[in-house]
Design a protein around this ligand. Sequence first.
Ligand code: CP
Length: 356
Amino acid sequence: MVDQMKDEDLVFSRVKPDVCGDAHPKALLKTIQEDGDALKKLANQHIITCDQFDRQTILQLFRLASKYESNPKRYNNPLQGKILISAFYEPSTRTRLSFESAWHRLGGDIMSITDRSTTGIAKGESLSDIGEMFNNYGDCVVLRESNEDSVKEMTSTLRIPIINAGNGTDEHPTQAMADLYTIFKWRPELLLDNPKKIRIGVVGVPSYMRTVRSLLKIFAHFPEIFEEIVIIHDQEEDKIFTEGQREQLEKAGLKLRLTNRLNKELPELDVVYINAIAWVDNGFESHGEKFVLNAQSPLKDDAIILHPLARGDELATDLDGTPHNWYFSQARGAVFLRMALLTCMVERTEMVMDVI
Ligand code: CP
């Protein structure tokens, strides 16, 4: 069969070129001055919430991520000899595979759980007992679990660092880091003094959606880059935030406004972040079903769209081939961001700092 293929067939069977956002990771190397000490603080740290970071640590992680992204072949296995326990008790495409890709690219080994029914959990084993066992098997844990208390429970016995890769409706800190990393690659000048501020629309519900909750928390470390954050939702207003959530964000300097009119806002938005899924208990809920972005949406010419994915009807595929599509770049950048974080957590930072 193969020898009967014509040239035209081959054209259609080739790998498609990457059409998504044109990010410039090298620009971050110029706008962020190196400060290796900020990264050393991450050694053996659990990564649980975006609240735990400070600006300098976030920026230095982005700098290291941009080094990795700029020179993906120049790092010689800094995680060789280290083992990652990738424990996903809830479905995932991007988070699990990007963490595992990051670890593999750095030369480490991986043990992976992808199905809770094949583990001791099916026999009623507690996460604290599983954490005690993990201490014997690996050097770092990445955990996704549907219960908000899961990370806390596992850290009660863990003596190796853990990353919260999504705990129910609570947080997904490395997703938020990847989101902000994308924004800074898109507009590195936001990191200069007195930046021209951006207006961002967030289609989602901060009280239910862990990606949105973590996103707003990481934004709270950089309030000076936002003219306004418009929360676009279809809920009753008293359900948008949990108790104290809005106050915490506003106290940090974010200007928040709520609306239920997406298309009215779009012509003024520089960034549109959209998500429609909240993971609740052992299943997901969809929200904002009336909000849809497609190639006919009244977007600013230079507006970018971010989405943590997986997508549903809210993000039409006819946007994939347009310059608004930065969601694929966002997913790609998450690999490098996670490479940077993992390197620091297992104390291999010095092995990569001197490579430019
Ligand atoms: N963004 C995200 O968390 O995707 P997955 O559920 O596929 O990991």
